[in-house]
Design a protein around this ligand. Structure first.
Ligand code: NAI
Length: 252
């Protein structure tokens, strides 16, 4: 049997770390040429080296997903290098500070929304025409269980992730007839540098999340990536506009 992404071209944002790196590695193992984007040049280079060490094909672009001119340049580059785009993963994200709304600085709110929501908007806005020219394909956006709940102190993060679910539904509706499926994943507590940063801000965080997860453990980035890659694959050919929760039972 051929690898499911053989001769396919994929794009992943936030590919320099955590879940994005696991998605990129998983796609490369399934045969895709992978275009990696992140604002962290060192992280990008590490992910590309991991892929190339397994004889995979990776291209890297340092960018800020909240910048339209940079996203446009990246998608143009994908078109000129690979000539097509079959699967896009809008995954880059940040958490912002943990503060009640009365104390939440506007600039932090705007920064989180710019990366997590505007970044997904800009990604899809510019990926859709190239995917359409490629004859159809799939987009998977990274939301969060915070798209389903209202974790105290996380107003910007939860609002941005609720927004990702809404955007996912709209773009799925707009493009279903053109053979483009658009879905989201909602990871729970996943062991990546993002969570490590939260644990440092709040020492009780790791212990608390352990008691809050029925599976009694955090997720591994590979477990989240597997769900995202399945959603993008042809096996999920009739799934669109959905958000798949991958959280060890946290939101049951
Ligand atoms: P991470 O911090 O390990 O990786 C995020 C990557 O995004 C980093 O490489 C970072 O440089 C990049 N990034 C951040 N802002 C960027 C920008 N403006 N432009 C380009 N790249 C940027 O975090 P993780 O955990 O892998 O997060 C990936 C996604 O998963 C995020 O959207 C996050 O909100 C989401 N998520 C993570 C959960 C977790 O428990 N780790 C839970 C639920 C959702």
């Amino acid at each position: 049997m051929f690898p499911p992404f053989l001769k396919k071209v994929a794009a992943v944002t936030g590919a320099g770390s955590g879940i994005g790196r696991a998605i990129a590695l998983g796609l490369a193992r399934e045969g895709a040429t992978v275009h990696l984007a992140d604002r962290n040049a060192d992280g990008l280079a590490e992910t590309a080296a991991l892929i190339r060490a397994e004889d995979g094909r990776a291209f890297t672009t340092e960018l800020d997903v909240s910048s339209e001119v940079q996203v446009v340049g990246w998608v143009e580059q994908i078109g000129s290098i690979s000539g097509r785009l079959d699967a896009a993963f809008n995954n880059a994200g940040i958490t912002g500070p943990a503060k009640r709304i009365e104390h939440y600085p506007l600039e932090d709110f705007q920064r989180v929304v710019a990366v997590n929501l505007q970044g997904v908007f800009l990604g899809m806005k510019h990926q859709i025409p190239l995917i359409k020219r490629s004859g159809g394909g799939s987009i998977v956006n990274t939301a969060s269980v915070a798209a389903l709940t209202g974790p105290g102190g996380m107003s910007a993060y939860a609002a941005s992730k609720h927004g990702v679910q809404g955007l996912t539904r709209v773009v799925a509706m707009e493009n279903a007839a053109d053979g483009i499926r658009v879905n989201a994943i909602a990871p729970g507590w996943t062991e990546t540098p993002m969570v490590a940063a939260n644990s440092q801000q709040n020492p009780g965080f790791a212990a608390l999340t352990q008691t809050a997860i029925p599976a009694k453990r955090g997720g591994r980035p590979e477990e989240i990536a597997a769900a995202a890659i399945w959603l993008a694959s042809d096996t999920a050919s009739y799934v669109t506009g959905q958000m798949l929760t991958v959280d060890g039972g946290m939101t049951i």
